[in-house]
Design a protein around this ligand. Structure first.
Ligand code: UD1
Ligand code: CA
Length: 457
C-alpha cells in the first residue's frame, strides 16, 4: 500500500542566527530540505507535500517538485497539519509520513520500515522515537509501567520526573489520515509555548481507543535535528563519514577521508582516487581510474575514464576520457574537453568545446570557442570573445598551431591546419593551410645602451 509524505519546514530556525531560513542551509552542497525530500522520494512516497512559511522566497524554489502548502503564521506543528489538511484530502492521502525539514540524515530505508511497521500493526499513529544521552529540548516519550505508550510531553511542559526520560520523539511519524484529521480538530494550545502540538494527536488517539505505536530507532544519529551551526557542522561530518565509507567500500581510494567532501548525489566508479582537500558536489560523476585532487573543486560535472584533475576547479563541465587538467585550471559552465585533450596551468575555459587530443597548455583564456582535434594553442593564447556589449564565437579548425601570446579577436575562424605566428592579433578569418601573423618589424638600434647612459650624465 502506498503512502505520501509531508515535510514540516515553515519555521525560522532562530538558533541558526541567519538571514537564511534554516532548511536552506547546506550539507555537502545540498540544502537540508532537499536531503529530506529526496529521502522521501527514494522511500517511494506517492506524493510529497512541504509546509513552508518563513523565508519562502528561498524555500519555495527548493521544493518546486512537491505540493507546497504555505503556513503564514507558525502556530505549531499541529497547526501546520491543520493548514495542510485540505491539500492532503484533495489528494486522497490515506497513509501519511510526517518529517521535519531539518533532519537530513534520515534514510529512505527507515521511512520505509516505519510505514511497513505502521501498516502491519494497523496503527492509527506510529511514532519513531530515539534514546539520547542528552535529551534536552526534545519531547519526552511517556510510557506506563508495562512500557505501553501514553503520550509525548514537550521539554518545556515536562515535570522534573518526566525530564528524566531518555526516550524522545524524533519528530518522524506515520498517520492514518482519517484519524489524524479527526484529532487535529481537537488540538488545544494551552501549553507553555501557546502552540498547537502535533504530538498531542498521539494521546488523543489513544483516548479515542485507537492504536498508537511508538518504537525506537536503532541509530539516533540518523534522526539528529539541526538547530544551530554546531549541529550543522557535526551533521556534515557524520554525512561525510557515511558517504566516504560507502565509496571506499565500493572501491574508491580516498587518501584522507576527513578532507574529502563528497556530496550525496555524486557517483564514483571503482578505482577512482580522491586526493586530499577535494570537494565534489551536485550531480557530479567520475568514471573508472580518474584521479581528482589534491585541492580540486568539482560541481555538477561529468568526468570520464583515466582523467587527471590536479589542483583545479570545474563547474558544469565535461571531460571525456584521458583528459588532464591543471594544476590550476578553471573550467567554467559549458566546457567540454574531448578524449585525450589537455588544459594546463592557469588556463580558464568557458562554454567551449576542446577537440580530441588538443592542448591548451599554459596561461590562456578560451571562451565561446570550438576547437577541432590535434590543435596546440601556445602559452598566453586568448580569445577576445567580448567587445564590451556582445559575446562572439571563435572557431579553430583541426591541426592548427597557434603561436604564443596570440589574441584571437572574435568573431573569427581559423580553417584546418592554420599556423599563427607568435604575438599576433588575429582579427580576420584565416583559410585552411595558411600562415597568418601580425608582427611589426623588429627594430634594432645599435649601441643604444651606451648612448642612453650618456644622456643621463
Ligand atoms: C518537535 C516536537 C518534539 C520533538 C522534536 C524533534 C512538537 C510539538 N514537538 O519539537 O516532540 O522531540 O520536534 O526534533 O511537534 N514547523 C512548522 N510550522 C510550525 C512549527 C514548526 O512547519 O508552526 C516545523 C519547523 O520548521 C521544524 C519542525 O516543524 O522543521 C519542528 O518544529 P520545531 O519548532 O523545531 O519543533 P521542536 O521544538 O524541535
Ligand atoms: Ca527542531
Amino acid at each position: 500500500m502506498g503512502f505520501s509524505t509531508l515535510v514540516l519546514a515553515a519555521g525560522a530556525g532562530t538558533r541558526m542566527k541567519s538571514e537564511k531560513p534554516k532548511v536552506a542551509h547546506e550539507i555537502l552542497g545540498k540544502p537540508l530540505l532537499r536531503w529530506v525530500i529526496d529521502a522521501a522520494r527514494q522511500a517511494g512516497a506517492d506524493e510529497v507535500f512541504t509546509v513552508l512559511g518563513h523565508g519562502r522566497g528561498t524555500t519555495v524554489p527548493l521544493a518546486a517538485d512537491t505540493t507546497i502548502v504555505i503556513q503564514d503564521e507558525q502556530l505549531g506543528t499541529g497547526h501546520a497539519l491543520q493548514i495542510a489538511r485540505s491539500s492532503l484530502e484533495a489528494a486522497g492521502v490515506e497513509t501519511l509520513v510526517v518529517l521535519s525539514g531539518d533532519t537530513p540524515l534520515l534514510r529512505s530505508e527507515t521511512i520505509r520500515s516505519l510505514v511497513d511497521e505502521h501498516l502491519r500493526a494497523a496503527a492509527a499513529v506510529s511514532v519513531l522515537t530515539m534514546c539520547l544521552d542528552d535529551p534536552t529540548g526534545y519531547g519526552r516519550v511517556i510510557r506506563n509501567a508495562q512500557g505501553a505508550f501514553l503520550r509525548i510531553v514537550e521539554h518545556k511542559d515536562a515535570s522534573d520526573e518526566e525530564l528524566e526520560t531518555a526516550e524522545v520523539n524524533s519528530g518522524v511519524y506515520c498517520f492514518d489520515t482519517a484519524n489524524l484529521f479527526k484529532m487535529l480538530g481537537e488540538l488545544k494550545n494551552n501549553n507553555r509555548q501557546g502552540e498547537f502540538y502535533l504530538t498531542d494527536v498521539a494521546a488523543l488517539t489513544l483516548s479515542a481507543g485507537n492504536t498508537v505505536n511508538a518504537f525506537c530507532a536503532e541509530d539516533a544519529r540518523e534522526l539528529a535535528g539541526i538547530n544551530d551551526r554546531v549541529q550543522l557542522a557535526q551533521t556534515t561530518a557524520e554525512a561525510q563519514r557515511r558517504i566516504n565509507t560507502r565509496h571506499m567500500l565500493n572501491g574508491v581510494t580516498i587518501t584522507e577521508p576527513t578532507s574529502a567532501w563528497i556530496g550525496p548525489d555524486v557517483v564514483l566508479a571503482n578505482d577512482v582516487e580522491i586526493l586530499p582537500l577535494t570537494t565534489l558536489t551536485g550531480k557530479t560523476s567520475v568514471d573508472w581510474g580518474s584521479v581528482i585532487g589534491p585541492m580540486s573543486r568539482v560541481n555538477n560535472s561529468v568526468i570520464g575514464k583515466s582523467c587527471v584533475v590536479d589542483d583545479s576547479v570545474m563547474i558544469d563541465a565535461v571531460l571525456e576520457d584521458k583528459v588532464s587538467i591543471g594544476p590550476r585550471a578553471y573550467l567554467r559552465p559549458g566546457t567540454i574537453m574531448r578524449t585525450g585533450s589537455r588544459a594546463g596551468t592557469h588556463v580558464e575555459i568557458k562554454k567551449s568545446d576542446i577537440g580530441p587530443n588538443s592542448k591548451v597548455p599554459h596561461l590562456s583564456y578560451i571562451g565561446d570557442t570550438q576547437i577541432g582535434e590535434n590543435v596546440n594553442l601556445g602559452a598566453g593564447t586568448i580569445t577576445c570573445n567580448y567587445d564590451g556589449v556582445n559575446k562572439h564565437a571563435t572557431v579553430i579548425g583541426s591541426g592548427c598551431f597557434v603561436g604564443s601570446d596570440t589574441m584571437l579577436v572574435a568573431p573569427v575562424t581559423l580553417g584546418d591546419n592554420v599556423i599563427i605566428g607568435a604575438g599576433s592579433v588575429i582579427t580576420r578569418d584565416v583559410p585552411a593551410g595558411a600562415l597568418a601573423l601580425t608582427r611589426p618589424e623588429q627594430v634594432i638600434k645599435e649601441d643604444w645602451k651606451r648612448k642612453e647612459a650618456k644622456s643621463h650624465d
